[in-house]
Ligand binder design. Structure first.
Ligand code: FES
Ligand code: FE2
Length: 387
C-alpha cells in the first residue's frame, strides 16, 4: 500500500457505500454506533454505584438511566419517564423498581410501568420504557445496547483467580473514542510522548490482522522488539510487570475505549494483580476503584494547562507527580491535542502508521458488512502476553 494513501479510498461504491472513515459517530442511528452496539460495553464502575442509587449516564451518544436496586442488581433503562418526560435518574429506587420523581409512575427493571398512583383507572399495561441487559463483572457494569439477543459477555479467566486483587477505573477525556483506539497500535508515540521511559525510535516491522483484531510489531535499535495488540472493536489488553513483592506475576489489564458522545469518551479499565496467598488474604474489599475523581481532575487540569500554553509538558515532568500521572498527562496532551474529533481525511499516515491504517481498514470492512447485511467477523479474545 502506498504510504500516504488510506485503504478504502475509491474502493467501495454503490448505494450502501460506507461513508469513508466514519468511525466516530456512534449515536443509535449511526453505522459505527450500530456496530459498537453489537458488543457488550462497560458503562460504569461498579463500586461507584451503591444500592438504591440512580444516575444519568451518556454512552454512545445516548442518554440513559442506570440504577442499582436495593437487592444489589444494576439495571439500565431509558433516560426519561413515559408520562411527561422528566429525568428518571431523579426518582426513587424501590426494591428493583424505579419510581419517577414527578408524579410517581413506577417502572420495573424490564421497563414495564407497574404503577400510576394518580390515575383512577391505571393504564400501566400500555406503558413501557426501554430497558437493556446488564451484567456486573470484574468491577464494571456492562450493558448490551444492541438489538436482539445479546452475545455472551466475554470472560477473563485470569481475572477470576482467588489469589488476586482487582482494580476497576474510568478516565473521561474530551476527545472521540477512536483517537484513543488508534493510540493502541501507535508504538512510535512512546519515543516522543513518553520520552523519559523509552526514547528509542522503533522501526515498523509488521501490522497484521489476527483472530482477535490487529497486532503491530516493532523493533528497536538495541535489537529488542515490542508488539501492541488491539482487540476489535475498541479494546486494548496487555500484561505489565509486577510492581511489588506481593505480586507473583505480571498485572493483566483490559481497557475499553467507550464513546460518551462524538466529542468525548471514557476509558474503562480493569486490572488484576496476582498476589501471594498471604497478600491476597490481606487485600481489602475488592474490587477497588483505580484512579479516583481527584486523580482524573488533576490529569485534565495539567493536560489542559499544557494545551492552553500556560505550561509545557517539561514543567509537568519536573513537577511533584508520580510516573503514572505524568504518563497519563502526556497521553492526554497528545490525543486531546488532536482536537475533539480529528478529521482523518486531512491526515498523512506514513509507514510508521501501518497499524493505524490497518485498524481503519478493518473497521471500514466491518461497517461495510453491517451496511450490506452481511455477517460480521466473530473476534476471539486476545491472549494476554507478557512476563
Ligand atoms: S413525568 Fe414521570 S410520572 Fe409524570
Ligand atoms: Fe502513551
Amino acid at each position: 500500500m502506498p504510504v500516504g494513501t488510506l485503504p478504502g479510498d475509491g474502493r467501495a461504491s454503490g448505494p450502501n457505500r460506507v461513508e469513508a472513515l466514519d468511525f466516530t459517530h456512534t449515536g443509535p442511528g449511526a453505522l459505527a454506533g450500530r456496530y459498537l452496539r453489537t458488543f457488550w460495553q462497560p458503562v460504569f464502575v461498579a463500586a461507584d454505584l451503591p444500592a438504591g442509587r440512580s444516575v444519568p449516564i451518556r454512552i454512545m451518544d445516548e442518554q440513559l438511566t442506570l440504577y442499582r436496586g436495593e437487592t444489589g442488581t444494576a439495571h439500565l433503562v431509558a433516560f426519561r419517564c413515559a408520562h411527561r418526560g422528566t429525568q428518571l435518574s431523579t426518582g426513587w429506587v424501590e426494591g428493583d423498581d424505579l419510581r419517577c420523581f414527578y408524579h410517581g409512575w413506577k417502572y420495573d427493571a424490564t421497563g414495564q410501568c407497574i404503577e400510576q398512583p394518580a390515575e383512577p383507572e391505571p393504564f400501566c399495561g400500555r406503558i413501557s420504557i426501554r430497558a437493556f441487559p446488564t451484567e456486573e463483572y470484574i468491577g464494571l457494569i456492562f450493558a448490551y445496547l444492541g438489538e436482539g439477543q445479546p452475545p455472551l459477555l466475554p470472560r477473563y479467566p485470569e481475572f477470576e483467580d482467588s489469589d488476586s486483587a482487582l482494580e476497576a477505573g474510568r478516565a473521561d477525556w474530551p476527545c472521540n473514542f477512536f483517537q484513543r483506539n488508534e493510540n493502541t497500535p501507535d508504538l512510535t508515540h512512546v519515543a516522543f510522548v513518553h520520552r523519559q521511559s523509552s526514547p528509542a525510535i522503533p522501526r515498523m516491522e509488521s501490522a497484521t490482522e489476527t483472530d482477535f483484531g490487529i497486532a503491530v510489531s516493532v523493533s528497536y535499535p538495541d535489537g529488542s522488539a515490542s508488539t501492541a495488540r488491539l482487540q476489535m472493536p475498541n479494546k486494548s489488553q496487555f500484561r505489565l510487570p509486577p510492581r511489588s513483592a506481593d505480586e507473583v506475576r505480571g498485572r493483566d489489564n483490559v481497557f475499553w475505549r467507550v464513546p460518551v458522545d462524538d466529542d468525548n469518551h471514557v476509558s474503562f479499565s480493569a486490572t488484576v494483580m496476582h498476589l501471594t496467598p498471604e497478600a491476597a488474604r490481606q487485600a481489602a474489599d475488592k474490587p477497588r476503584i483505580a484512579n479516583g475523581a481527584d486523580h482524573l481532575q488533576r490529569i485534565r487540569e495539567l493536560g489542559d494547562s499544557v494545551l492552553a500554553g500556560a505550561a509545557h509538558i517539561s514543567d509537568v515532568m519536573q513537577g511533584p507527580y508520580d510516573r503514572v500521572t505524568i504518563m497519563e498527562v502526556q497521553d492526554y496532551v497528545s490525543m486531546v491535542g488532536q482536537g475533539n474529533n480529528v478529521d482523518r481525511g486531512l491526515d498523512h499516515p506514513g509507514r510508521a502508521d501501518l497499524g493505524i491504517v490497518l485498524l481503519r481498514k478493518v473497521w471500514e470492512r466491518e461497517l461495510q458488512a453491517l451496511a450490506d447485511g452481511r455477517p460480521l467477523t466473530q473476534w476471539d479474545r486476545t491472549p494476554l502476553p507478557g512476563p
